[in-house]
Design a protein around this ligand. Sequence first.
Ligand SMILES: Cc1cc2nc3c(=O)[nH]c(=O)nc-3n(C[C@H](O)[C@H](O)[C@H](O)COP(=O)(O)OP(=O)(O)OC[C@H]3O[C@@H](n4cnc5c(N)ncnc54)[C@H](O)[C@@H]3O)c2cc1C
Length: 463
Amino acid sequence: MSIRHVVIIGNGVAGFAAARQLRRQDGDLTISILSDEAHPFYLRSRLKEFICSALDEHEMILESRNLYRREKLNLLLQTRVAALDTVNREVILERGERIRWDRLLLAMGCRPQPLEMPGGDLRGVFSLRTLGDAQAIRNWAQGRRRAVVLGEGVVSLQLAESLACAGLEVDYLLLGDRLWPEVLDETAGGILEYLLRDAGVRIHKRSRVVAIHAAAGDVRAVELEDGREWPCDLVGHGCSFRPATEILVNTAIACRDGVVVDPHLETSVHGIFAAGDVVGREEAREDGALGPFRWQNSFHQGEVAARNILGAEEVLETFSFGIRTELCDLGVAVLGHGNLSTKAAGVTVDQVRHENHYRRLVFQDEILVGAILLGDVEHAPMLEEHIRRGATRGELHETLLPALLDEEPRLEQPLETHCPICTDAVKLAAGTLIGHRFSCRSCGNKLRLTYSEGRLAVLPEEE
Ligand SMILES: Cc1cc2nc3c(=O)[nH]c(=O)nc-3n(C[C@H](O)[C@H](O)[C@H](O)COP(=O)(O)OP(=O)(O)OC[C@H]3O[C@@H](n4cnc5c(N)ncnc54)[C@H](O)[C@@H]3O)c2cc1C
């Protein structure tokens, strides 16, 4: 069957990356992207910035409608898919229309579940996923004084930071003793805890909320297990994100804790593929690392799925990209098994800490299996590559380790290269810091010294 129309459900990073990859490979294909959101593509990691600023919604959009037009991508916003008819190969929209596909990509991402406790659905209880959510939080926060934040993942951390930055008093209640324990080791968690406190967030450990109380329908306080109450007029949480598979009920598409896919990202129904957070975690993370929040994994899966939709038969590596984010103005990268404890068999760790800058390299049986970088995260892509190919400690000792475990990695020798924009010569002296930002003397564009694909390189600042 010739493929003329690919329908993509979801315009997050997986869907968007897939659409662009499809277009790169086939200029004539009809590509339709259906999204229940109101905005073209934007970065969810920037939503925290939106909450505590006066940014306009349009300033958040990474790719304007012009790009969709230029690349001939039919973007249908505020278009919710209600069901699938896999026999006739049609999506059924909430408004009743049907759209036929030759190939379908499921890229619906995941959704936060409502808080399962009395009061979990009150006015003033929010999670953060979309630009619409960020707008609602910003509106609600205006003129309000106190927020409580629950949950232990990146979304909760970003909520706590942004609500404090928006001027609210924030009480962040943790179930356990540590910040983001699924991902960070004790030292990294401690550094972020210090920075959050410094930003005005009050952190309370071993504090389980059992109910949320209201006054006139609005949030008034949260109640803890031990009976104490924290007064608040906003509750933010980033708890229990689950794959958005509700439209697959009553279809033959197999789901477990998300859509089940084969190594080509094809589902149990021929011609229907899935990518991104909607894919079951068991499938997406055979290495058992981290949670579902990995932008890069979704991007990569979107591209692989697109190539396979067009017949490539590319196998998705079991390797899972790490998480990269920014918290309290500090770069954070956790790669592979970065928080593996030295109590585990065969595990040894090389680490260095300089104030809030921290690097932890984890070896199992002398093979690099993970890393945590706080502060300067320039080395993350290179380290990821070394983890992927199972580099040994011996190899790294000769190249990367001395620089990484130096508090401030610098050029050991002068570097002569070219401006990636105007191609004029660029010279950097020995001792220049890796990560150094500067302007090209010829064209004036901003550049930085970094590692790219395992080598030192000068790249445009925005990359
Ligand atoms: C607040 C926040 C901050 C984050 N920060 C980071 C970070 O710093 N680093 C990092 O690596 N990851 C981060 N993540 C996670 C990262 O954004 C996700 O892993 C990534 O967005 C997943 O992409 P996706 O395309 O699979 O799904 P999504 O981005 O969730 O996109 C799916 C889209 O499909 C739409 N959709 C769902 N069902 C339907 C339907 N029936 N009809 C039509 N449309 C539908 C959804 O509304 C959504 O627009 C963050 C996530 C959030 C929410």
